[in-house]
Write a protein that binds this ligand. Structure first.
Ligand code: TXA
Ligand code: MG
Length: 324
C-alpha cells in the first residue's frame, strides 16, 4: 500500500502540503537541479534519523543542508573569504560548501555526524526554492535513493526506491543536471579542497579562486567525504556492551533495563532506535565534555538504525593515534 502523496508541478498550495509534512517531522522528496533529495527538517534529530533509516545507510555519513540563501547559510556555517567568493559565484547552484559549523546553530548534530563542519547548498530549482522559501528553515537532504543505488533524477525513481518512507513526493519532472553537486571543503589554512566532483567543473571553480583546487588525496589534509564521518572521536575511552559502569565511568544507556542512579545519559529510555540515533552525537559530546575520561556504553540492538549506531560506537571505541 502506498501512503505517500505525489504532487505534480506543485503550486504554492501543493508546496504547503510538503511544508506541513516537514514540520510534522516527516520526509519529503523534492527535485533539485542535480538530483532528487530526500528531505527532513535539519533541526529535528528524529526526522533526520528517519532519513538514514529510509535509505538503509549502514553508517552515519553527514548530510547536505539545503538553505534558501547566503543569509540563511551564514546562520549555520562560518564562511571564510574563499568560501564566500564561491557562494557568491555559484549559488544558487550545484555547489556544496563544507564549512565550520556555528555552535548552538540549532541544527541536529546527526546532520553533521558529530563533526564540527556542515555541508551547505542553495539549490537552483524552482520547486526546491519555493519549498525552502515557504518552509523557512534548513532542509537536510541526501540523494533520494536507497543506499547503494543510483541517484534518482525523476519522481518515479523516488517512488520505486523510497515510496514506503516518504510522506510527499514533489514531482518537478526530470532534474536538469542529473549529476550530484560538486563538494568543496577547506583546510585549516583556508585552502579549498575538492571533496567530490559534480555538476560544477573544477576549472570553473579554479577560475573564481584564481588558484588550483587541491584534491582530497593530495597529502594529509581533508579525507574523502564518506571517510570524514569517522573523524570525530571522543577524547574519553569507550567501553562497549557494558552492563554497569565501573568506578569513574559515565554510562551511555539505552532502554529501560539499565542500572539506576548512575551518572550518564540515556539515548532512549523507551528503547527507540530512531530517538537513540537522534541523540547519539550530542550525548557523546556532552559526556565527553564532562571530562570524565571514560564512557561505558550499554549494548544496542543491531537491527534497523542500530547497525549505524553500532558502527559509529565501534569507531569511537577503536584505538587511535591522533585525537584531533
Ligand atoms: O546534488 C547533491 O548534492 C544532492 C542533492 C539532493 O542536493 N545531494 C547529495 O547528497 O548528493 P548525498 O548525501 O548523497 O551526498 C552528500 C555527500 C556525502 O558524500 C557526505 O559524506 C558529504 O556530502 N558530506 C556532507 N557533510 C559533510 C561534511 N560535514 N564533511 C564532509 N563531507 C560531507
Ligand atoms: Mg548520494
Amino acid at each position: 500500500m502506498n501512503i505517500y502523496e505525489v504532487i505534480a508541478e506543485p503550486d504554492d498550495e501543493g508546496i504547503d502540503r510538503a511544508v506541513d509534512a516537514l514540520k510534522g517531522g516527516k520526509l519529503v522528496a523534492f527535485p533539485t537541479e542535480t538530483v532528487y533529495g530526500l528531505g527532513a527538517d535539519a533541526r529535528n534529530g528524529v526526522a533526520v534519523a528517519s532519513i538514514y533509516e529510509a535509505k538503509g545507510r549502514p553508517r552515519f555519513n553527514p548530510l547536505i543542508v539545503h538553505v534558501a540563501d547566503m543569509k540563511a547559510a551564514q546562520t549555520y556555517g562560518i564562511f571564510s573569504s574563499q568560501a564566500s567568493e564561491l557562494a557568491d559565484a555559484f549559488w544558487p547552484g550545484a555547489l556544496t560548501l563544507v564549512v565550520p559549523r556555528r555552535e548552538q546553530c540549532g541544527l541536529s548534530e546527526l546532520v553533521s555526524a558529530g563533526l564540527g563542519t556542515v555541508a551547505l547548498r542553495v539549490p537552483d530549482h524552482p520547486v526546491a526554492r519555493n519549498l525552502l522559501k515557504r518552509f523557512q528553515g534548513p532542509i537536510a537532504a541526501p540523494s533520494a535513493n536507497p543506499s547503494g543505488r543510483i541517484s534518482p533524477t525523476e519522481a518515479e525513481h523516488v517512488a520505486e526506491g523510497l515510496g514506503k518512507s516518504v510522506a510527499v513526493i514533489l514531482d518537478g519532472d526530470a532534474c536538469p543536471l542529473g549529476l550530484e553537486s560538486t563538494i568543496i571543503g577547506f583546510e585549516d589554512d583556508g585552502k579549498a579542497v575538492l571533496l567530490r566532483p559534480g555538476g560544477i567543473a573544477r576549472n570553473e571553480i579554479e577560475a573564481v579562486l584564481g588558484v588550483p583546487l587541491k584534491d582530497t588525496d593530495s597529502g594529509d589534509g581533508l579525507k574523502a567525504p564518506g571517510m570524514l564521518a569517522s573523524h570525530y572521536a571522543p577524547r574519553a575511552r569507550m567501553r562497549l556492551n557494558a552492563g554497569t559502569p565501573r568506578e569513574g565511568e559515565m554510562l551511555l544507556a539505552f532502554g529501560s533495563n539499565g542500572p539506576k542512579d548512575v551518572p550518564g545519559l540515556n539515548l532512549s529510555p523507551s528503547g527507540n532506535l530512531k530517538e537513540a540515533a537522534a541523540n547519539l552525537f550530542a550525548y557523546l559530546h556532552m559526556l565527553d565534555d564532562t571530562g570524565c575520561g571514560k564512557i561505558a556504553v550499554m549494548p544496542i540492538p543491531r537491527e534497523g538504525l542500530g547497525e549505524a549506531i553500532n558502527d559509529r560506537l565501534a569507531r569511537a571505541a577503536a584505538p587511535r593515534k591522533s585525537r584531533s
